[in-house]
Ligand binder design. Structure first.
Ligand code: ADP
Ligand code: MG
Length: 701
């Protein structure tokens, strides 16, 4: 069967002329019959049901009423005009409002006529009204029954509505299309897949997704179309990944002195199993002749940096240079310090390059890199500038990929004739399902185990009313020799207000923890860098017991003795941010605590976020929960991934289907990499057909 029918321009559809066609193109990106068929309803409405006005409640998204018009009135002048209609049934009254098409409605309305009203009730001045409802003369009860229990409801836009293509208008032309399309829709999936998972044919699925015969058919249609969508995405990603692997890479032939010396002498503890596993994964990936692109996920303190360092040592062992790039100068500085310490006594030349490196130092480093005397370069974005040239760069670690764009990565690739292996580390784990989809072309390693002896941070939630109790707890901890962070949110809406919050908080803490028994540091965004640094240093050295700060401390602080994190207005933080902040404590041997302070009345979302934090200290669980609450679109890193273009599936809810689709896509590619067999024919044809119309997966990285 050919795709000619599906490629028919939309203007040839009954009910769509050139004008509507142009609008459909502009507003919904629909050019052809095939694309129109993939414009799925976003909900279904039971149109056999009539509601009573007295039963309307705020949780109803749609109501259908039968009744009469009691009165109408045009209010306001010119552009601000609205038509207010009082509509009643035998149980009560409700206001219907029109802001547009007033004249037309006025003329249409007649007294003593039964109307069918359908729309979304909203609360306005303490009573319900319905703006721009569907409004039609009710002819008979049968008319209602014929609407069915699953009337598709399509989303529309203002411009489309103006051309008569509201939800109902789209439904009408869709009906025409489905009638024409029957039997002309090619199958896209191999036969055995359809059989094995009892999937509907594409033809039947499309018919039933728009006009379900019954609930069971709707569910089957959904399942089939979700599977198809995820299957083709996975096919593209996996295909891309296989191609990506063809890029030639440095071969790290063997592990030699640097690694072995470090392992035998400098490493003071045993690696966790997760660390060993990841090092093996990296070892394998860097020895197979292809360039590595690997994402390393793991909670703060799970030992990612150590893994990265050991991998860099393997690069050095093979005569190559390595580089580590951090998102901020503070963080780069910290990496430089710890890595220098860890490699003590070894003959490895480590240098740091940031935006504030002095010119003379910079020149010296540039030269050392080109001559090959610098082994490891640590720095910020400054180190991917074009004038930074290496003699033979073989391995690059990027810390926190979210702040690192695709373009910057591309620059990295050009640092050597053979591109360096790339390891991206992130402490903001993303859910596995998302990783499968978003980072399809990256291999993912996970450290899901903390080093032994690390006690998980205990998290508690208190409302402001319990502040005295919290102060008492803080005193107790300070008496035991611990240090405490108190963090205020930075909301950016008004720096002044944020600062005021912080200052108010600081004052009340200062009253409660007075000199000379206690000393407090304060750090915020409006301080000069030197002043910030000075205060941070005092806290780091233990000269102060409490650090009051805005979220500037989110990245780049490592003070093992600080074992309590108090987060003020915790409800204002997102989950991943809360988890990041919590990661600042729990770095020493002592039990650590995270205390979430909130006001009393939280939104439902706020409550869930706080509850998640209290219940789980595992970054992956927190990330899953975050995705459920916010949807994948808001999770960092997904914005440009095309994942938002999903038409029917939802990677939170459809995890099972996603896994199956991935498995099957992988299987097919293994059996038939070029998709050349008879069995793969429908797949190949659909890929060809969908060609440039599907999301451009090459944008992902
Ligand atoms: P991450 O980069 O994931 O935040 P790090 O590599 O900085 O974690 O490790 C955090 C701390 O734990 C460091 O002080 C590091 O030396 C230590 N560490 C790492 N791996 C282990 C291990 N297997 N056993 C004990 N301590 C470890
Ligand atoms: Mg490789």
């Amino acid at each position: 069967m050919s795709y000619d029918f599906l490629k028919t321009p939309i203007t040839y559809l009954k009910g769509v002329g050139p004008k509507r066609a142009e609008l459909l193109q502009k507003e919904l990106n629909i050019d052809s019959f095939g694309q129109m068929l993939e414009y799925y309803p976003f909900r279904y409405i039971d149109r056999t049901k009539v509601h009573k006005i007295k039963d309307i409640s705020s949780d109803m998204t749609f109501v259908q009423l039968v009744g009469q018009v009691r009165s109408m009135e045009t209010i306001g002048v010119n552009r601000k005009q609205r038509l207010s209609v009082v509509f009643e049934d035998d149980t009560g009254k409700i206001e219907l409002v029109w802001f547009k098409g007033i004249k037309w409605i006025r003329e249409k309305i007649q007294p003593n006529q039964q109307y069918l009203v359908f729309g979304r009730p909203t609360v306005f001045r303490n009573s319900f009204n319905i703006a721009h409802p569907d409004f039609e003369i009710l002819i008979s009860k049968e008319q209602l029954q014929s609407r069915g229990k699953f009337q598709p409801y399509y989303s529309s836009t203002e411009k489309l509505k103006n051309k008569g293509l509201n939800a109902r208008g789209i439904e009408k032309i869709m009906r025409n299309l489905i009638a024409e399309a029957d039997g002309k829709i090619p199958e896209t999936l191999p036969d055995d897949l359809l059989q094995d998972y009892s999937l509907l044919s594409r033809n039947l699925a499309l018919k039933n997704i728009h006009f379900p015969g019954d609930h069971a058919m709707l569910e089957k249609a959904r399942k089939r179309l979700k599977f198809e969508e995820l299957f083709f995405i996975q096919l593209k990603i996996l295909g891309m990944k296989k191609r990506a692997h063809k890029v030639r890479g440095h071969v790290f032939e063997s592990v030699k002195d640097n690694f072995n010396y470090f392992y035998a002498n400098n490493l003071k503890f045993n690696l966790t199993n997760a660390q060993k596993r990841v090092i093996k994964e990296i070892r394998k990936d860097t020895a197979d002749g292809y360039q590595m692109n690997r994402l390393l996920q793991g909670d703060v303190g799970s030992g990612k940096t150590l893994v990265a360092l050991m991998s860099m040592l393997i690069a050095l062992d093979n005569g190559l240079q390595a580089s580590l790039m951090a998102p901020t100068e503070i963080l780069a500085g910290q990496h430089f310090k710890t890595i220098t310490q860890m490699l003590e006594g070894m003959d490895v030349n480590i240098r740091m390059l940031t935006g504030s490196s002095k010119k003379s130092e910079r020149n010296e480093i540039h030269q050392g890199l080109q001559e090959g005397t610098v082994d490891i370069l640590i720095g910020t974005h400054a180190l991917i500038e074009d004038n930074v040239m290496f003699r033979n760069l073989g391995f690059v670690v990027i810390d926190e990929q979210h702040r690192f764009g695709v373009a910057q990565r591309a620059k990295l690739w050009k640092k050597n004739t053979i591109p360096p292996h790339v390891l991206v580390m992130t402490a903001t784990p993303i859910p596995r399902t998302l990783a499968m989809t978003v980072y399809g072309d990256l291999d993912v390693s996970i450290i899901d185990e903390l080093p032994p002896g690390r006690k998980p941070v205990k998290t508690y939630h208190f409302t402001d009313a319990k502040r005295l109790k919290v102060f008492a707890f803080m005193k107790d901890q300070i008496n035991k020799g611990r240090q405490i962070y108190v963090v205020y949110p930075l909301i950016n809406e008004s720096q002044k207000l944020d600062l005021k919050d912080l200052m108010d908080g600081y004052e009340s803490i200062a009253r409660e923890f007075p000199l000379p028994d206690y000393a407090i540091s304060i750090v915020h965004g409006q301080m000069k860098p030197e002043a910030k640094d000075y205060e941070m240093q005092r806290f780091a050295k233990g000269e102060t017991q409490i650090l009051v700060a805005t979220t500037v401390i989110e990245v780049g602080v490592d003070i093992p003795n600080a074992s309590v994190m108090v987060i003020e207005n915790a409800e204002r933080f997102g989950l991943s941010q809360l988890h990041q902040l919590r990661g600042r404590v729990g770095r020493g041997a002592e039990q650590s605590f995270c205390i979430l302070m909130t006001k009393t009345n939280l939104t439902q979302d706020g409550q869930k976020r706080i509850a998640t934090m209290v219940q789980s200290s595992d970054g992956f669980k927190v990330a899953e929960e975050d995705m459920k609450l916010r949807g994948p679109g808001d999770i960092e890193g997904t914005q440009q991934s095309g994942i938002l273009d999903l038409k029917i599936s939802d990677i939170v809810q459809d995890e099972k289907i996603l896994k199956l689709a991935r498995e099957k896509a992988n299987h097919l590619l293994e059996q038939d990499p070029e998709l050349k067999s008879e069995k793969s024919l429908p797949v190949r044809k659909y890929l060809k057909y969908s060609g440039d119309k599907v999301a451009d997966w090459s944008r992902i990285s």
